[in-house]
Design a binder for this molecule. Structure first.
Ligand SMILES: Nc1ncnc2c1ncn2[C@@H]1O[C@H](COP(=O)(O)OP(=O)(O)OP(=O)(O)O)[C@@H](O)[C@H]1O
Ligand SMILES: C[C@H](N)[C@H](N)CCCCCC(=O)O
Ligand SMILES: [Mg+2]
Length: 234
């Protein structure tokens, strides 16, 4: 039915953790939700097989996920997808990804599409990037941003780029990937909301052991209830 693109201000900001949290949230609400990682670079080798690291986290939130249905391009090099694809003589076709999103939309209430890195991350040598894919797929964005020092610039630049591209930004979720100065983090949230006029739905706390998060229902429910996810309008 509907899709939400989980974009980030950078790589390693927590798009996967937020996608998995949203998967758990919508599943608990009884929605038929599916996360989709169209392009995964930095594939992991597990028992001689290449697997997508992000999907391993999704499966902690929703164990019954079929990996083949939620990843289209699986690339070895832990780099920008355009380089990883070039290294393997693979071409990433946006049309293939968009078609797959439409197929998933037919079978689910909500599709959560995770990007790769930040917004201006090329998928091919011609510079076609994640932001172009979002525009062509015509999907609203939930932007994931670090909570700490440096995020004001990254987040507002990302919002400016999406606005210039005519992309709808549904909201922002900030993420404590590190334990930083709380005064800075609280002020970051206020300044970002004030300057962008986009709601920050909440701040994901620093999680001591992400691997165990989805087995700890109390912690999971505590984090989910601390985020104003009911405010997300798709
Ligand atoms: N709130 C948090 N507390 C502690 N660690 C976190 C938190 N959020 C993310 N991490 C850790 O930070 C790293 C990067 O997170 P994640 O993989 O979600 O980033 P990403 O934006 O999806 O990266 P990519 O661009 O590779 O997809 C991971 O090791 C993850 O476990
Ligand atoms: C390998 C990494 N974990 C991501 N999958 C891809 C990040 C691409 C970042 C490109 C860039 O901004 O320089
Ligand atoms: Mg990720």
């Amino acid at each position: 039915m509907v899709s939400l693109f989980i974009a980030g201000t950078d790589t390693d900001v927590g798009k996967t953790v937020v996608t998995a949290l949203l998967t758990a949230y919508f599943h608990k609400k009884g929605e038929k939700v599916i996360p989709y990682k169209p392009v995964q670079s930095g594939a992991l080798e597990v028992e001689g097989k290449l697997v997508a690291p992000d999907i391993q986290i999704y499966k902690q939130a929703l164990p019954e996920l079929n990996e083949k249905a939620i990843n289209t391009y699986l690339l070895k090099k832990a780099s920008s997808p355009h380089l990883a694809a070039r290294e393997e003589n693979i071409h990433i076709y946006p049309s293939v990804i968009i078609e797959h999103i439409k197929l998933l939309e037919k079978e689910h209430d909500i599709v959560l599409v995770e990007g790769a890195g930040g917004l201006i991350v090329p998928l091919s040598d011609d510079g076609y990037s994640i932001i172009h894919l979002i525009k062509d797929a015509n999907i609203p964005v939930l932007l994931v941003a670090r909570a700490g020092l440096g995020t004001i610039n990254h987040t507002i630049l990302s919002v400016m780029a999406m606005r210039e591209a005519g992309i709808k930004v549904a909201g922002i979720i900030m993420n404590r990937v590190t334990k930083g100065d709380q005064l800075i983090e609280q002020d970051n949230r206020k300044m970002i909301e004030k300057i962008t006029n986009i709601p920050v739905f909440g701040v994901v706390p620093y999680i001591e052991n992400v691997e165990k998060l989805f087995q700890d229902d109390d912690l999971l429910n505590e984090i989910l209830s601390s985020l104003q996810l009911k405010e997300i309008r798709i």
